[in-house]
Design a protein around this ligand. Structure first.
Ligand code: ATP
Length: 272
């Protein structure tokens, strides 16, 4: 991938199969992201305007970024990644010019997906935060640049904006207008079946012993996020090595040792 400051360009290698659970969500993203890019003519024929923006929200570590990458892979689209927090922290005017520049490059590299992590940092609700001098705040200027760029996207030109946030209520309503983020999707923490699929994905390339019961691992990890389950699998491998550097398999007890030492960051109250 070519890298310039703050922006990375690549077609990601992650596929839908690398993501455990979330079948319905994957289907929705296929239709909203993959179809318009792959079947632009069909959309034009029926006169349907594809969505231009999708807002993914949900707790950290539950695959918002990975879903955006898998959608880009499926559509064979260039993937531009920007972080709201990073834009916000730049020198005056630099964030806006990086935003404009990214849209420009995305147009040149189309089909493209622009992924915005921590979108709430720049798309926070307006009003009440204007600086005392009456000038627009950093966030307001970034948000208005983003809205201008999104409004300027022509129909069906193969550019889609995917944004992610852990704080959907903090996002300015102006982003939800038609032609902007028309689709808002909740990415939940994994349920039992999804946890099972996630540990299957992350042990795929590991040598695990016959005594490892991945169903049981899934049952014992309520409230764990995908990121935490990935960490658990990796750490079980590390425990096996610490146990015996010439180990050939990771055993059930290695998983149990790690499981006992971990506590999920999410609480029930946060997801109900
Ligand atoms: P954040 O809000 O912190 O940016 P996120 O929701 O964007 O988090 P990701 O960055 O996509 O989460 O996921 C973090 C890691 O957890 C990834 O490396 C991914 O492999 C793993 N992961 C999360 N959910 C899943 C899942 N459903 N299946 C497989 N792996 C997952």
């Amino acid at each position: 991938p070519s890298i310039t400051r703050g922006v990375t360009v690549e077609i990601p290698k992650v596929t839908w199969e690398d993501i455990g659970g979330l079948q319905d969500l994957k289907k929705k993203l296929q239709q909203a992201v993959e179809w318009p890019i792959k079947n632009a003519a069909a959309f034009a024929r029926l006169g349907i305007s594809p969505v231009r923006g999708v807002l993914l929200h949900g707790p950290p570590g539950c695959s918002k970024t990975t879903l955006a990458k898998a959608a880009a892979h499926a559509a064979q689209a260039s993937f531009f990644s920007l972080s709201g927090a990073e834009l916000y922290s730049m020198y005056v005017g630099e964030g806006e010019s990086l935003l404009r520049n990214t849209f420009q490059r995305a147009r040149l590299a189309a089909p493209s997906i622009i992924f915005f992590d921590e979108a709430d940092v720049i798309a926070a609700k307006r009003g009440g935060s204007t600086s005392t001098s009456g000038n627009a705040t950093v966030g307001e200027r970034l948000l208005s640049t983003l809205l201008t760029e999104m409004d300027g996207l022509e129909q069906a030109n193969g550019i889609l904006v995917l944004a992610a946030t852990n704080r959907p209520h903090a996002v300015d309503a102006a982003l939800m207008r038609p032609g902007r983020f028309d689709l808002v999707l909740y990415v939940p923490p994994p349920d039992l079946e999804a946890r099972y699929e996630i540990v299957c994905v992350h042990t795929r390339n590991m040598k695990i012993g016959d005594d490892v019961d991945l169903r049981e691992v899934a049952e014992d990890t309520e409230l764990f996020t995908g990121a935490e389950l990935e960490g658990l699998c990796r750490e079980a491998g590390m425990v096996a090595l610490r146990d015996d550097i010439s180990a050939t398999v990771v055993c059930g007890r290695h998983f149990q040792i790690v499981k006992r030492s971990l506590k999920p960051a999410l609480t029930r109250a946060e997801i109900d």
